[in-house]
Design a binder for this molecule. Structure first.
Ligand code: ADP
Ligand code: MG
Length: 392
């Protein structure tokens, strides 16, 4: 079990030091943005539906100093190289590898009104304690921190919902991952001890108090360390199924269907597309139900909704993995009151809503079950709902 100290200042110091050692001058300022956990609402975002993520107490920090010329350079604790371009070369076809995230954001800001022919160049160094590829959206953390930093340095005055769209555009067009708006919204709009209830059609966001402490609960992350890749494979295939389902049902997006439409869907759609559609439609309803239950009864009452979400992803959407299923079943058996895989699927992490005093029991049980199954050792840690992106 990883113990997270929550010492932001440590990460900030490391970001300053990393900037100096790579660029041989001090950084001017630091910005940071958190990763996120999705409490419920999986694959609903690109179907114009509802999601309920929260920003977590693991962050990506951007140390930045502007330059008097038109050169942009990015470095990261995550990689040994320094990537260098001019502002005139910022185009999707020139951006590759990890630097496509930060430099993709710089390009995307140009698509949202920044005049890249007049803005200043910059040096950026990135440090982070968001686990990469665990489904906690290290990608949104890097996009949102860079977007907020450049928004200030370039004096753009874009609001946070717009910065979320900037991050999404970078990820879609530059990285090439067809992801929705949820991750960036959580990273930019999150508030401490709260979840972000987001309508992915209107982009209206509402802060919903989460109240883990009061309920004596913790949210335990079980990172299976099975890597997922959004840019390829299953994620795009699921998106295509959803688009086909909406088209065949005659609606703009699956958000426009309700649970009452599922009978008709079963006669219109082939068996597999029907199951994909049923996941989205029921998952949207589960998000609405979770928000209502949180408001009326608090988070001790959402366990069944988390469980139902996992079953739907496992059986209907088929995005789980043996490691995720084992994590969920074992956590529930050891005392968690609800558990589900979270994130895009095919690997990554599960969440287990766990009574505080049972966190060690659940942790031990999951570690033992993974050993017995011959799976790689998972990483288990508790996260808290934290504030979204800000200048440090
Ligand atoms: P997730 O968002 O679930 O962590 P993704 O595959 O969407 O996984 O994004 C991970 C990618 O984002 C990494 O492979 C890397 O290219 C980039 N990335 C994330 N964090 C950093 C970082 N601190 N420095 C450099 N690149 C990063
Ligand atoms: Mg990601």
């Amino acid at each position: 079990m990883t113990l997270f100290t929550g010492a932001n200042s440590e990460l900030n110091r490391a970001a300053h030091a990393g900037f100096e050692s790579r660029f041989h001058r001090p950084a001017h300022d630091l910005w940071s943005a958190p990763g996120r956990v999705n409490l419920i609402g999986e694959h609903t975002d690109y179907n114009d539906g509802f999601v309920l993520p929260f920003a977590i107490d693991r962050r990506t920090v951007v140390a930045l100093a502007p330059r008097p010329d038109r050169i942009v350079r990015v470095a990261s604790s995550f990689a040994g190289d320094i990537v260098e371009l001019t502002l005139d070369e910022l185009a999707p076809e020139n951006l590759h590898g990890w630097s496509a995230y930060p430099l993709g954001v710089a390009w995307a800001l140009g698509q949202f009104g920044a005049d890249l022919t007049t803005v200043s160049g910059f040096d950026i160094y990135i440090d982070s304690d968001v686990p990469v590829g665990a489904g906690l959206s290290s990608s949104a953390a890097i996009e949102s921190s860079v977007a907020l930093a450049l928004n200030e340095v370039w004096d753009l005055n874009l609001d946070r919902p717009t910065l979320a769209r900037v991050g999404q555009l970078a990820e879609n067009r530059v990285v090439g991952a067809p992801t929705g708006i949820m991750d960036q919204s959580a990273s930019l709009l999150g508030q401490i001890n709260s979840a972000v209830f987001l309508d992915c059609r209107s982009l209206e966001a509402e802060i919903i108090p989460f109240g883990l402490d009061e309920a004596g609960l913790e949210l335990l992350i079980i990172d299976t360390r099975v890597s997922h890749s959004h840019a390829t494979g299953g994620y795009s295939a699921r998106r295509q199924s959803c688009e086909a389902g909406a088209r065949l049902m005659g609606v703009k997006a699956l958000r426009d269907l309700s649970v009452d439409d599922l009978d008709r869907a079963s006669t219109v759609l082939d068996e597999e597309t029907f199951r994909r559609v049923r996941h989205i439609v029921t998952e949207n309803q589960r998000v609405l139900d979770t928000v209502q239950v949180l408001r009326e009864s608090g988070c001790a009452a959402i366990g069944d909704l988390l469980d139902a979400s996992h079953v739907s992803m496992r059986d209907d959407f088929e995005i789980s993995a043996p490691e995720l299923d084992l994590a969920v079943v074992t956590a529930r058996g050891a005392g968690a009151i609800g558990a589900r895989m979270t994130g895009g699927g095919f690997g990554g992490a599960a969440i287990a809503l766990t009574p505080t005093e049972l966190v060690p029991t659940v942790t031990t049980a999951v570690l033992a079950a993974f050993t017995l199954a011959g799976f790689a050792t998972p990483d288990l840690f508790v996260v808290h709902a934290a504030d979204g992106a800000h200048r440090e």
